[in-house]
Design a protein around this ligand. Structure first.
Ligand SMILES: Nc1ncnc2c1ncn2[C@@H]1O[C@H](COP(=O)(O)OP(=O)(O)O)[C@@H](O)[C@H]1O
Ligand SMILES: [Mg+2]
Length: 439
């Protein structure tokens, strides 16, 4: 992509409305634009990252055996009356009427709809286990939308729903999602710690929140420092094997949100020098809720003995759009964002330090063509900005690798390769730069 053809409305000033660094940087880097309180347009740079994050979430859901579908954003109020949640959900739900005065709502979550789909088709335990997910926009009329995409009103969520014959089988499904979440967040360069959590309006008695430690987070948390060093399962993890050893390992080290924190247990179990009380950002939450929806909504399957029983369910959310904020909170410095490679909007930036100089232009064009042909995502800064402004923009938008090409270096056959993560720089020949970035 040539920057001269791209749409990257970088802001020079710090936006006053942004209270935390990720919101500030997303606005400054031209990633999002607020259209109403808690409602954002995704500009090209932000949209590229959103898609990358979504794809990692999708790959790990698929790997765990979950199946993707897509449900609509609008739902019938009557469906929610079946579970009793239409009235219980309160003012957070956006209620809409169509031209026939039929009551609709913009879905804040999809337990009712997925249960309706399930019960229409599945009648026997032989079709279980089943885990269906989608990645779809949600609306919650939050009392206090804030921090940009972190607490929006419209936000993108991955939500999965598992269906099993009994509690034991449902726990197997829960464990698969637990492991898939460990892998998902680790692939994005995040340390997200599973913590015992309250279940809230989803219901049920077993739940974990996956939380990224950050001072700006909305949740207070208590952890044993050791939890930060636990190993994340590799991509060869066998989802059909017994996952309980992994779950045991992660849940035996103390980690809890303040809502369910047990001070006595914390002090008894965790040595004083390992106790951490800090804040964190909830990037995902998993729930086992048994028959909470299947009983009122009559989602029944025949068991091996031919008797109909309500299925045992769970639901599993990931805050896809919130993750952009969480990753930036974890990966930035004073100059801007430092995207982990897996989610970066472009992997490489080429900075032409003397636009209009025939030799420099030629070297930039050649490298741009070569890297692009080899499948590297390149943003080529071919604008007529001064070098200083190009450095600042590349740092701000956080491209992991920056290649600086100017007349001085070129005279010696060298260009400069800078790594955004640690600021390290090397002077290399163009061929060596290509070799470094490809393969
Ligand atoms: N208002 C919001 N803005 C952005 N992301 C949200 C919002 N509410 C929830 N999420 C994300 O969706 C995930 C699943 O939501 P859920 O746990 O049902 O919501 P909540 O934690 O608000 O009860 C959360 O872990 C969080 O990452
Ligand atoms: Mg939650």
């Amino acid at each position: 992509m040539r920057l001269s053809r791209f749409f990257l409305p970088i802001l020079k000033e710090n936006p006053k409305e942004a209270e935390i660094v990720s919101h500030r940087l997303m606005l400054r880097a031209g990633m999002i634009r607020q259209e109403a309180a808690g409602i954002y347009a995704w500009l090209p740079l932000g949209f590229r990252v959103l898609k990358k994050i979504e794809q990692i979430v999708r790959e790990e859901q698929d790997r765990s055996g979950a199946l993707e579908l897509l449900m609509p954003t609008l739902q019938l109020a009557d469906l929610w009356r079946e579970s009793g949640r239409y009235d219980a959900y309160g003012p957070e739900m956006l209620r809409i009427a169509d031209r026939h005065k039929r009551e609709l709502l913009y879905g804040p979550t999809n337990e009712e709809m997925i249960t309706e789909i399930f019960r229409a088709y599945v009648k026997s335990y032989k079709n279980l286990p089943l885990n269906l997910y989608h990645i779809q926009w949600k609306f919650r009329d939050e009392q206090r939308p804030r921090f940009g995409v972190m607490r929006g009103r419209e936000f993108l969520m991955k939500d999965a729903y598992s269906f099993d014959l009994n509690e034991a089988a449902a726990r197997v499904a829960y464990n698969k999602m637990f492991v898939a979440y460990l892998r998902t967040f680790a692939r994005m360069g995040l340390k997200a710690i599973p913590m015992r959590a309250e279940t809230g309006p989803i219901g049920g008695d077993l739940s974990h929140e996956f939380i990224v430690l950050a001072e700006t987070g909305e949740s207070g948390v208590f952890i044993n420092r050791d939890v930060l060093d636990l190993p994340v399962p590799g991509e060869d993890v066998d989802y059909n094997s017994d996952l309980t050893p992994i779950i045991k390992q992660w849940t035996s080290v103390y980690a809890a949100t303040e809502d369910v924190h047990d001070a006595a247990r914390f002090e008894q179990e965790v040595p004083a020098d390992k106790r951490v009380n800090t804040r964190g950002i909830e990037v995902g939450q998993i729930f086992y809720f048994g028959t909470k929806y299947s009983e009122p909504m009559k989602a029944m399957v025949a068991g091996p003995d031919g008797v109909d029983v309500p299925i045992h369910g769970g639901s599993y959310g990931v805050g896809v759009s919130r993750l952009l904020g969480a990753i930036i909170e974890a990966c930035h410095d004073d100059a801007g964002i430092k995207w982990p490679e897996a989610v970066a909007p472009f992997r490489v930036a080429i900075l032409n330090l003397k636009q209009g100089d025939a030799a420099v232009d030629g070297a930039c064009e050649k490298l741009y063509a070569e890297l692009t042909a080899k499948g590297v995502d390149v943003l080529y800064d071919d604008t007529d900005q001064r070098a200083g402004a190009k450095f600042a923009a590349a740092d701000l938008i956080g491209i992991p690798w920056q290649i600086m090409i100017g007349p001085k270096g070129l005279a010696d056959g060298k260009i400069e390769l800078k790594r955004r993560a640690d600021g390290s720089r090397e002077n290399l020949s163009p061929a060596d730069v290509v070799a470094r970035l490809v393969g």
